[in-house]
Write a protein that binds this ligand. Structure first.
Ligand SMILES: Cc1cc2nc3c(=O)[nH]c(=O)nc-3n(C[C@H](O)[C@H](O)[C@H](O)COP(=O)(O)O)c2cc1C
Length: 176
């Protein structure tokens, strides 16, 4: 059974990123095991802790390790990804040589309440995931704008879901 790890880059209670993630996970093949990986309680990454990591780091690294696919849904904060998401990426990338991201196929979805749809965050994620050696479904690019208008009671419109389905299919196709 395919395991899908979902990382939502916003820790906000009513996060639009989380609402998009809830929509996107429904589009994976039946039987996909979905696990949302919490990033809110990870202490700020500190290299001194590589030797003797806090339990929260260990748990998060283990959670990433058991996934076959990773879906990132990121907001845009000041023209890049959120600090919480960057922290999570850093935590699971270390100690050096033991990154648990290595080789895991990823799908990046960015979203924002503006028309630019988190495109800066999306491109910054591409840069980071390239370095972390994660194959990324490059097309279609998932940049979701005006989230507060598109999401009605948390539900995406059918046209957007149809588009997202093509992105999910491209993600699943990266599985070996
Ligand atoms: C600190 C901060 C910086 C932001 N910077 C941007 C930005 O650069 N571009 C953008 O489109 N929206 C920006 N926004 C608005 C976010 O797109 C909006 O708050 C979005 O809902 C965040 O995602 P969330 O609902 O999952 O928390 C910013 C919001 C915050 C809180």
């Amino acid at each position: 059974m395919t395991k899908l790890g979902v990382i939502v880059g916003s820790t906000r209670k009513n996060s639009f990123s989380k609402q998009w993630a809830d929509n996107i996970v429904t589009l994976y093949p039946e039987g996909t095991e979905v696990e949302f990986l919490d990033i809110a309680n990870l202490p700020l990454y500190n290299q001194d802790l590589d030797e003797n990591s806090p339990q929260a780091y260990t748990d998060f690294r283990e959670a990433v390790k058991r996934q076959d696919l990773i879906l990132f849904v990121t907001p845009e904060h000041n023209r890049t990804i959120s600090a919480a998401l960057k922290n999570a990426l850093d935590v699971a990338s270390r100690p050096w040589g033991q990154s648990v991201w290595n080789g895991k196929p990823a799908l990046i979805a960015s979203q924002s309440i503006s028309g630019i749809a988190g495109s800066n965050a999306n491109k910054d994620m591409l840069k980071i995931l390239g370095f972390l050696n994660m194959p990324v479904a490059g097309q279609p690019e998932v940049m979701l704008g005006n989230s507060q208008e598109l999401l009605k009671d948390g539900k995406a419109p059918q046209g957007t879901l149809d588009f997202l389905q093509t992105a999910v299919d491209a993600h699943v196709a990266l599985l070996k």
